[in-house]
Design a binder for this molecule. Structure first.
Ligand SMILES: [Ca+2]
Ligand SMILES: [Ca+2]
Ligand SMILES: [Ca+2]
Ligand SMILES: [Ca+2]
Ligand SMILES: [Zn+2]
Length: 588
């Protein structure tokens, strides 16, 4: 079989991502690793035949002399986040560390990940046996694949020459590139994904430096992995929506299709293919609100999202049409429900070209070309959008979905050279549902969107989908999404899961630090004997008794009970008069 090399170059500037786009061949096969059904031509050091895990090798030197260990751990954390997506067969494992001096090579039967640290005298940053210059990129991933779109090898390189890197997720001041976020994006390519049209997605083509909303996978990317690597018996939890987009009877290429839930959060998005068709797959069974919009306005000189930001395959996408209204579609198990769109030619008379991220200061004007996150604070904040041709009155700026109270709208001309600004006061309601949303300006019956450029941030992050607060995991483990750090793991073998240690403030890496179980009180009254002890929410407890301390056998009282809080009561109604001994057991 012929081998092909694909180059995913991540462009520099503002970061983003959220909808998923797959790279398919003529038979409709997406680019992917075949982990359940191994191709014998794939080398066993590339995919481990026994564990069915994709094996990668890190170059031991990382980027910097002082921080290389954290740099390598950030890459491991990124792989672990993709692997943590529920209901998939996607697995990674790490092979031995490589000595410095590795290079991109699609034919050496080794998936390598490294920083290139030297440039040629004229500034070129050459990799791939000096054939590819990555000086303009943050990082590049090179999957090699067969005609049937089976990935047979993939290498990843970070630009250590023209880019600066950092690893501390709590450092909100750094303007360098966060290794974990860029590695997360690159691992998306590594497993076959293309760029997303959504601003806040990890797979958006551009990234904002520092710690930004591109960290962590979006629902869209979760769906992407589930659709390409989903385990077979999980399929009944999902369904799909498919359809076409047409304009005057012609199929439309490169139209953005977005599915939102009832709160206005984007659950998935994609872009129509050359035949005007789209597929939204691996959607949880629910009702969705779909709309179609162009990638950008034909009037925009430097749009926020362009056709080639998805991939070169999308060059020439049709952008000369009006965004549609919503259509509702209910997804049924293991079925693809058809929803077709007919769109209108033309283009709104205005578009959004830049963003004023959330601020409390009305005299602070930030001009951003990337997505932004907004905290759920119950106070007034300002958000805005800019472009050369925004209306100067009677227009509204809105965020898709519910949970937001809007205040005064302000119009200002020429805030930055040639950029008009519309600002609106917003207050997020307490019960707003976090997620990625879109901004739009509306005037009369015209609407213009920027898709997925605002993320309502959750109060606690859970990028590895285990229900355990990531900030605690990050504090206690060098690779926060690793198997050892997961909620159910017990790395110190003290019999208590990380979840239990978290809830009781114990050390998950110290076998001598564990929650103690102690009966706090026993009281006897007319209703029976009440026993109280300190408990861990979610843990099961069994109460036992015996009448005489000399008897060897304990007798169970009722079935185990699950604790709801940090203390627990149990009433033994059967015995009141006689002497009793009680014992409470925490079940593993
Ligand atoms: Ca290689
Ligand atoms: Ca977590
Ligand atoms: Ca433990
Ligand atoms: Ca412990
Ligand atoms: Zn990329």
């Amino acid at each position: 079989m012929k081998k092909w090399l694909l180059i995913f170059i991540s462009l520099i500037s503002a970061k983003t991502a959220i909808a998923f786009v797959l790279f398919k061949n003529e038979d409709g096969e997406p680019l992917r690793w075949h982990l359940d059904d191994l191709n014998p031509l794939v080398h066993t050091d590339v995919v481990n035949r026994k564990t069915k895990a994709i094996k990668f090798h890190l170059s031991r030197d990382g980027w910097s002399e002082k921080n290389f260990e954290n740099e390598l751990n950030s890459i491991r954390s990124a792989a672990a986040q993709w692997e943590a997506v529920p209901e998939t067969v996607l697995k990674f494992e790490e092979g031995n560390l490589l000595e410095p001096g590795v290079d991109i090579n699609g034919n050496d039967n080794q998936n390598v990940i490294y920083w290139v640290k030297e440039a040629t005298p004229n500034g070129a940053v050459l990799v791939n046996n000096e054939r590819t210059d990555i000086s303009g990129a943050l990082a590049v991933t090179f999957p090699t694949y067969f005609d049937d779109h089976t990935i047979v090898e993939a290498d990843m390189v970070f630009n250590g020459v023209t880019q600066r890197w950092f690893t501390d997720y709590t450092n909100t001041f750094s303007n360098d590139n966060l290794v974990e976020a860029i590695a997360l994006h690159e691992f998306g390519h590594f497993i076959g994904l293309q760029h997303s049209p959504l601003g806040a997605a990890s797979m958006f083509s551009r990234t904002v430096s520092g710690v930004s909303v591109s960290a962590g996978l979006t629902l869209d990317e979760v769906a992407a992995v589930q659709s390409v690597y989903g385990i077979k018996n999980a399929k009944e939890q999902f369904g799909g929506i498919v359809g076409s987009v047409t304009l005057d009877g012609e199929k439309v290429f490169g139209a953005v299709v977005i599915a939102e839930n009832k709160h206005g959060n984007i659950v998935q998005s994609t872009v129509t293919d050359k035949n005007g068709n789209y597929e939204l797959l691996s959607l949880p069974l629910n009702q969705y609100h779909l709309r179609v919009s162009p990638l950008h306005s034909p009037q925009a000189i430097q749009p926020l999202v362009r056709d080639i930001d998805i991939s070169m395959e999308y060059k020439g996408a049709n952008i000369n049409f009006q965004p549609t209204k919503y259509k509702s579609t209910t997804v049924a198990s293991q079925k693809n429900t058809e929803t077709n769109f007919t769109i209108r030619r033309g283009s709104p008379s205005f578009y959004i070209n830049a963003i004023r991220p959330a601020t409390k200061k009305d005299n602070l004007y930030e001009l951003s070309f990337g997505p932004f996150g907004i905290k759920r604070k119950n106070e007034k904040q300002l958000i805005g959008v800019y472009s050369p041709n925004l209306p100067s009155n009677s227009a509204t700026l809105r965020i898709t979905g519910d949970g937001i109270v809007y205040g005064i709208t302000t119009f200002e001309a020429n805030v930055f050279e040639g950029f008009n600004l519309i600002t609106v006061e917003i207050t997020l309601e307490k019960n707003i549902v976090p997620g990625v949303r879109s901004l739009y300006v509306e005037k009369g019956n015209e609407r213009s969107y920027v898709n997925g450029f605002i993320e309502i941030l959750p109060n606690t992050e859970d990028f590895d989908f285990d229900g355990l607060n990531d900030s605690w995991q990050r504090k206690n483990f060098p690779v926060f999404a690793s198997k050892l750090s997961r909620a159910s793991a017990d790395p110190d073998a003290d019999g208590y899961s990380n979840q239990d240690e978290y809830l009781t403030g114990k050390d998950p890496n110290d076998i001598d630090s564990y929650p103690t179980l102690e009966i706090k009180s026993i009281t006897v009254d007319s209703s029976g004997t009440t026993i109280q002890w300190n408990s861990i929410p979610g843990k099961n407890y069994q109460v036992w008794r015996k009448k005489n301390v000399g008897l060897s056998e304990w007798i169970k009282i009722k079935e185990p009970h699950t604790a709801q809080r940090s203390f627990m009561f149990f009433v033994d109604t059967s015995e009141r008069k006689e002497l009793q001994f009680y014992r409470v057991q925490a079940l593993p």
